[in-house]
Design a protein around this ligand. Structure first.
Ligand code: FE2
Ligand code: FE2
Length: 303
């Protein structure tokens, strides 16, 4: 583990557009609407994540944050959420689904929501040793449907366009990533550990390589990236951003994660949310200029 002795510099560009070069066949703009931290400006922060991906063909919203930040920050940025064509939910936790009702009210239209059926499991988190805090979707399905939601629930990857797809269920293949032991599902028979089978990410296949937008990466950031490569048949991963769920990672897991990220030779890495600040700091130090902190308000252009 490296000693962190560098001084934090003010990298103002993080809160404006990060241009990533010319020549892509697919023009992509990625805007983080909700995160645990907010960039410079009038943005709000919350424990949550919501990322808007705009391509020439389709606009996809991955997750909706915890409460109002995604729609509030969209207003700050002048983004009309009615232009969203699909919503993808990375999993059922409230910090990714809590903004859904507000966003549907704003959209005022029918919209397909792609997610795994397990988003509707009764998800709980451990608090003071007991799995007693409900952390699942905070709405009834019928309420969301009355607001225009059309759920497309599947365990499989969904090819949204030729270049945009979901991962579907993510196989656990590395020996250093495991599911957070503090997560449970309540069933009639009692508690069972939540394997978060609903965890998934969004993939954009650009000519520079894959762009992988993570929700929480509960099944492991490296498992997710390996799966993205396998699904698309594309080795090169150009950009990864979102939550990497390294908040409870051991030093050993963090070290192995960094080694695997290096081996994957990712060009830009914008972690945030449940990566949490200690792991984010180490990764930022390790990856230097390749790393950016993906706060609410960050915009990325692949043009
Ligand atoms: Fe989560
Ligand atoms: Fe999360």
């Amino acid at each position: 583990m490296p000693d962190i002795r560098f001084s934090i510099t003010d990298r103002e560009g993080e809160t404006s557009t990060i241009a990533m070069g010319a020549g892509d066949r697919v023009k992509v703009r990625i805007t983080t609407l909700s995160d645990n931290t907010a960039g410079r400006g009038d943005f709000l922060a919350e424990w949550g994540l919501s990322i808007l991906v705009e391509t020439e063909d389709i606009n996809v919203l991955l997750d909706t944050g915890m409460r109002i930040c995604s729609s509030y920050n969209a207003d700050v940025l002048g983004i009309d959420l009615r232009k969203v064509d699909r919503i993808v939910l990375s999993h059922g936790h409230v910090d990714h689904t809590g903004g859904l009702r507000n966003i549907l009210r704003r959209m005022r239209k029918e919209i397909e929501i792609i997610a795994h059926p397990d988003i509707w499991a009764a998800k709980y988190g451990r608090r003071q040793g007991y799995p007693e805090q409900y952390i699942g979707v905070p709405y009834q399905r019928c309420e969301l449907e009355s607001l225009g939601a059309i759920f497309n629930l599947t365990t499989e990857p969904v090819r949204i366009t030729d270049t945009v797809m979901t991962t579907g269920e993510i196989p656990m293949v590395t020996d250093f990533e495991e599911i957070d032991a503090g997560l449970f599902v309540r069933e009639d028979a009692g508690w069972r550990p939540d394997k978060i089978l609903d965890d998934q990410a969004l993939i954009i296949n650009s000519e520079r390589g894959l762009v992988v937008v993570l929700g929480c990466a509960h099944r492991g950031i490296i498992n997710t990236l390996y799966h993205a490569r396998q699904l698309t048949g594309t080795e090169k991963i150009y950009l990864v951003l979102g939550g990497a769920h390294l908040m409870n990672a051991s030093e050993d897991q963090l070290r192995q994660t960094i080694a695997a990220l290096r081996e994957l030779n990712i060009e830009r890495l914008g972690l945030c949310h449940c990566t949490d600040l200690p792991a984010t700091s180490v990764i930022a130090y390790e990856f230097g200029e390749s790393f950016f902190f993906n706060k609410a308000g960050t915009g990325i252009d692949l043009t």
